[in-house]
Design a protein around this ligand. Structure first.
Ligand code: IMP
Length: 423
């Protein structure tokens, strides 16, 4: 990693960013999360151990790296503490390395209650992770949120909580007809957090700007994926944060000039958890086949089976533009081994070739595919691009041609070693 790099998912999340970030983190001085919350599920396999991270940056598994959680993240302290305890029990030291912005909004128990209540009452459920993400961001932009820094003045925290609960409990009781949140129970639970979180609090923006100015290398770790972006995703079937590369600036307090490279991570096929349009989705039989072949196409946070489809070059090309990507990583290429004919979605049949303006238009589009010959040779053990089967190389070259970006990393298995770097 020669430049400060932001790693972004090209699809609907679960592209294998955790592994790519973990690999690049070895060459970075710091790793920073800038959006999302405990809805993320990043799997990192290192030294024979598997870590499933939700809030902690993937860099945490590297003992010497600084890790940042920026203001754009919504932080659930209970989830964070459980995760810190889990990585500690696996021999990882967190103290002195983890820096959390006091400007992060807190995800409270009532956000999770509202998330679940809203989903169960909705006529058109989004299929959220139930981690309270939407309601946390609603409070943030509605200026009703409580921030990590508020915990340092507990009377201020208690006052804001009281104010917020008036509205939340009215909704929970009268509209959703579920039990309200207890002010006293939250106060009792939160009394421990000022002492637990204070050691991690720091001016993340200042520290990152100083690191960047002194020539240190920072890796910015995106969560979810481009098509879950609050603006550019398949709205309303999206998450509530800016998942695209621009989010790294607003979610950390750095300028665009602090980012040197944008690496877009695309799975060799496409998956999605949750509801919403999926133009290149497989029929149930093929989806089942790929899920079984891949072995792990189940949501890391919720355990839900992921929906599967062919690689969609219209999406990936759009993601290249939205993120300003200059490199592409293609993951899980090995899952396609042995498939006789591989398709790629190349057009949505929209007049003039543009991208659909509404989700309804996207859901109704007529996808056109190209078909490429597959390869029989297993790719999982291959470590150099030159040794990939000719048709696998052709597949990657076709992706490059369709998206206009060079594939610089190919992943052929979950372990760190199962990776091909080009140049
Ligand atoms: P929320 O972020 O929990 O509000 O969920 C909104 C949508 O984003 C749902 O379709 C979720 O399945 C999806 N989503 C959220 N986080 C992830 C993730 O880390 N990977 C894949 N999908 C996610």
């Amino acid at each position: 990693m020669k430049k400060n790099t932001v790693v972004i998912g090209a699809q609907w999340g679960d592209e294998g960013k955790g592994k790519i970030v973990d690999l690049l983190a070895r060459q970075a001085d710091a790793v920073a999360r800038f959006q999302g919350g405990a809805n993320a599920g990043h799997t990192v396999k290192a030294n024979g151990r598997e870590f499933v991270l939700h809030l902690l940056p993937s860099g945490i598994v590297h003992p010497k790296k600084l890790c940042f959680i920026g203001n754009g993240v919504v932080l659930d302290p209970q989830s964070l503490m459980e995760e810190i305890a889990q990585v500690r029990s696996q021999g990882i030291k967190v103290e002195g390395r983890l820096k959390i912005s006091p400007l992060c909004n807190l995800t409270m128990s009532y956000h999770k209650m509202l998330d679940k209540a809203r989903e169960s009452k909705a006529t058109r459920a989004i299929g959220t992770t139930g981690r309270g993400i939407g309601p946390s961001y609603i409070d943030k932009v509605g200026r009703l949120g409580i921030r990590v820094g508020d915990l340092l003045q507990f009377d201020v925290f208690a006052q804001k909580l009281k104010e917020s609960l008036k509205e939340k409990n009215f909704l929970l009781k009268n509209y959703y007809k579920v039990s309200p949140a207890s002010h006293d129970a939250i106060i009792r639970e939160y009394r421990k957090y000022p002492a637990l979180l204070k050691p991690y609090m720091a001016d993340v923006s200042l520290m990152l700007n100083q690191l960047i100015a002194s020539g240190k290398k920072v890796l910015f770790e995106g969560a979810q994926g481009t098509f879950l972006d609050i603006d550019f995703g398949t709205y309303p079937f999206v998450t509530s944060s800016s998942t695209i590369s621009g989010g790294a600036c607003t979610g950390l307090g750095i300028g665009p000039s602090g980012i040197g490279s944008v690496l877009l991570v695309a799975k060799a096929y496409t998956t999605r958890v949750g509801n919403g349009p999926f133009p290149a989705e497989f029929d149930p039989q093929m989806a089942d086949f790929i899920r079984r072949k891949a072995g792990d196409e189940f949501g890391r946070t919720t355990g839900r089976p992921r929906r599967c489809g062919w690689l969609d070059a219209v999406m990936v090309k759009r993601a290249v533009q939205l993120n300003g990507a200059d490199q592409l990583a293609v993951t899980k290429l090995d899952v396609l081994d042995g498939i006789k004919q591989i398709k790629i979605a190349v057009s949505y049949g929209i007049k003039g070739g543009g991208y659909p303006w509404t989700t309804e238009e996207l859901a109704g589009c007529r996808v056109r595919y190209i078909t490429l010959p597959g390869w029989d040779q297993p790719t999982g053990g291959i470590r150099s691009y030159a040794k990939l089967p000719a048709n696998a190389k052709k597949y990657l070259q076709t992706i490059e041609k369709l998206t206009g970006v060079k594939v610089s990393i190919v992943s052929v298995g979950p372990d760190r070693e199962a990776t091909i770097f080009r140049g």
